[in-house]
Write a protein that binds this ligand. Structure first.
Ligand SMILES: Cc1ncc(COP(=O)(O)O)c(C=O)c1O
Length: 355
């Protein structure tokens, strides 16, 4: 087993030499969703429990932050700056990681989702950001990634004048995708787990937002010699725009690792069938996925990312049929359930009238 892990490691270039801090509880388990599979009469459905990465409710961004904050520490930064949607999981986890590393955290929350109720604005991740002691700012245009980064740059400038050493976790394309390296590493972890357990997957399904998780996973698998198809479920933009983003990310990962660009255009599979009506907005397939996962497996999905990803996984499992096996990556995000409490309570109140 060790021999196989070492041989994979050799194919990943500089991965184990780049600055990194340990934040997550890994390897995360791979769980067979026996009840859900039986109910669906579909391909065997497995889930990679990256909602269990440990830090402050966990999620995929823990793996990504290990590399960003490794670089921040190399630069001897004392303050982390990050921008994201009001209910961003990434900013909540950056605030948590900053606490663990003895750094301050400044968070910019962008207006990306047309939701204005009390739960959305103050509960879920926003409550946790405050509990974790982050300083919060707001940014009006949630579709202007470059503008959001520029605004963060101004906050950083101000902090520098006060003698602080800020490190910005960037949002917009055009920066080295250090976060994607967390998922290159996760690909190696999944392949190791397959070796150990004898499991083999015919397809992996993952959310595709900034693209760092999707591109990192795909790149890591191909670099380690695996051809498992990876389907990215669009959660932030349509498949045409996302394709370009994943292609660029994969090229940039090759540069960071100083290895060949192992991902080809035909490797990049995306669907935006589960995206409408838009980022952070529920649809009927996502709601049904939340209900089925909760009520067959006690598996809690989040309303923004994993509900849509599971909706896609259920459709893929059904199309592939019972002889095959799929792996859905649960990327976390569950604190946002409480930000969407009103939408969800309305949906589930039929089953359990007011008490
Ligand atoms: C819970 C969760 N899942 C998936 C994603 C998408 O990951 P990525 O931005 O790496 O594409 C995010 C992004 O914020 C997230 O918070």
């Amino acid at each position: 087993m060790l021999v196989k892990r070492n041989s994979m490691t050799h194919r990943l270039g500089r991965l184990d030499e780049l600055p990194r801090v340990t934040l997550g509880h890994t390897p995360t388990p791979i769980e067979h969703l026996v009840n859900l599979t039986a109910q669906e009469q579909s391909a065997q459905i497995y889930v990679k429990r990256d909602d269990c990465t440990g830090l402050a409710f966990g999620g995929n961004k823990v793996r990504q932050l290990e590399f960003y904050l490794g670089e921040a520490q190399r630069q001897e930064a004392d303050t982390v700056l990050i921008t994201g949607a009001v209910q961003s999981n990434f900013v909540r986890l950056a605030a948590a990681a900053a606490c663990k590393l003895g750094m301050d955290c400044h968070i910019q929350l962008e207006e990306r989702v047309p939701k204005d109720d009390e739960n959305y604005r103050n509960s879920g991740n926003v409550l946790l950001d405050k509990m974790l002691g982050a300083t919060l700012y707001s940014y009006a245009d949630g579709d202007d990634e470059a503008g959001a980064d520029r605004q963060l740059g101004l906050i950083a400038e101000d902090l520098r004048k006060k003698g602080r050493k800020p490190y910005i976790v960037p949002l917009s394309p055009g920066h080295p995708p250090l976060g994607a390296l967390g998922y290159v590493d996760a690909a190696r972890e999944i392949l190791s787990q397959c070796d150990d357990s004898g499991l083999a997957f015919d397809e992996i399904i993952v959310a595709s937002g900034s693209g760092n998780t999707h591109a990192g996973l795909l790149f890591g698998l191909r670099a380690c010699g695996s051809n498992i198809p990876v389907t990215g479920t669009c959660v932030r933009r349509n498949a045409t725009s996302q394709l370009e983003r994943i292609r660029d990310r994969c090229r940039e990962i090759a540069v960071l690792l100083q290895i060949e660009p192992v991902v080809t255009e035909s490797d990049i599979i995306l669907t935006d069938d589960y995206f409408a009506p838009g980022y952070g907005q529920l649809n009927s397939a996502a709601i049904e996925a939340i209900r089925r996962a909760a009520q067959t497996e006690a598996l809690l999905l989040d309303p923004v990312y994993t509900a849509k990803t599971m909706a896609c996984a259920l459709a893929r499992a059904s199309a592939l049929g019972p002889e095959k096996s799929i792996l859905m990556v649960h990327t976390g995000g569950t604190p946002a359930l409480f930000a969407y409490a009103k939408d969800l309570a309305d949906l589930f109140s039929e089953a359990s009238p007011a008490i």
